[in-house]
Design a protein around this ligand. Structure first.
Ligand SMILES: [Zn+2]
Length: 321
């Protein structure tokens, strides 16, 4: 009888902690554990810790400013879907780390590593990565993950397994006490695909060619084949499935962006304003056009073998081999 009573209390506590809300960005109803205020508070509190954990910021202010400029341009379009997204403190951090990764904290804090930036060849690829991370924030994917754990593990599980505090207490305070690894748990496949689609939505709103999104997946895939898998694939898994989807969107809903001068990859701008300066600052890292071309060709060859048609220019290159 006592146990039953405790169960009822636990269920009541769950009902209080977890609600269901329709997300205006995705149009999908989702389980939610934290308010927007909570998410912003977590982002503000955790952002400096993540910076410290992952190598600090790249010291060159102009390189950081470039990433911020592209990020803000994309973030400014999010309020078209949900007005609250126009009020959260978006922040884009270029981490001085050679690993290949990008991630986001709840409440608008987005991070990208120097290692990933060095692999890119145009601004549309940068926009795709930042847009994808903005998508995780707008779709409240971490919030959703916390809510799901609450459902599956119950009220005691919340404290024990997720929060690790060993006692009751405030959910927000407990979550904010988590280490960096908590924020780097991987998303599920549907969340990844949803973020890819949101990334494509944001980047095309400001005139980027969505092929940049596909190219990012090619970069990750070719890096994967060259040796150690990039960290980005552990935080953002399912690359093959995602490539298929991106290719399909470009061929259908976003077909109007192809062979259309209003949508560009912005390669020149990226090289002159960002990549050349990054390469000069970190010369040990191989960012030569030859290597990049090599990586691109390799992944192109692979998609030919698999009978994929490729996207835009790459399909062309494949056909000529
Ligand atoms: Zn992701």
């Amino acid at each position: 009888v006592v146990l039953r009573g405790m169960g009822a209390v636990a269920i009541a506590a769950l009902a209080l902690l977890t609600g269901c809300e329709k997300n205006l960005t995705t149009g999908r109803s989702q389980a939610i554990a934290l308010s927007w205020n909570d998410e912003v508070a977590i982002g503000m509190q955790e952002q400096p810790k993540m910076v410290k954990e992952f190598g600090g910021v790249v010291p060159q202010a102009e390189l950081r400013a470039y990433v911020t400029e592209v990020g803000n341009k994309l973030a400014a379009t999010t309020a078209q879907d949900d007005p609250i997204l126009g009020k959260i403190p978006w922040e884009f951090t270029l981490l001085n780390s050679p690993v290949i990764n990008a991630f986001a904290l709840p409440g608008g804090k987005v991070f990208m590593s120097r290692g990933l930036a060095e692999k890119m060849t145009n601004e549309a690829q940068l926009a795709a990565v930042l847009g994808h991370e903005i998508g995780h924030v707008a779709a409240r994917h971490t919030n959703e993950r916390i809510a799901r754990v609450q459902y599956t593990q119950g009220a005691i599980g919340i404290v024990g397994a997720l929060l690790g505090t060993g006692g009751g207490g405030d959910l927000l305070a407990s979550i904010a006490g988590q280490g960096a690894q908590f924020w780097l748990l991987s998303y599920d496949r549907d969340q990844e695909i949803e973020s890819d689609l949101l990334g494509v939505r944001y980047m095309t709103r400001v005139g980027y060619d969505p092929r940049g999104s596909y190219q990012v997946m090619q970069i990750l895939s070719s890096t994967d084949k060259q040796g150690r898998p990039p960290e980005m694939l552990s935080t953002h898994p399912y690359p093959e499935k995602r490539m298929e989807n991106i290719q399909q969107w470009i061929a259908t809903d976003y077909a109007h962006t192809q062979n259309n001068s209003q949508f560009s990859l912005r390669e020149q701008e990226f090289r002159s304003r960002f990549l050349s300066k990054l390469s000069a600052a970190y010369p040990d890292y191989d960012t030569s056009p030859e290597m990049t071309r090599f990586a691109m060709t390799r992944s192109c060859d692979r998609s030919c073998e698999h009978g994929a048609s490729g996207v835009g220019g790459h399909a062309h290159e494949c056909a000529q081999h």
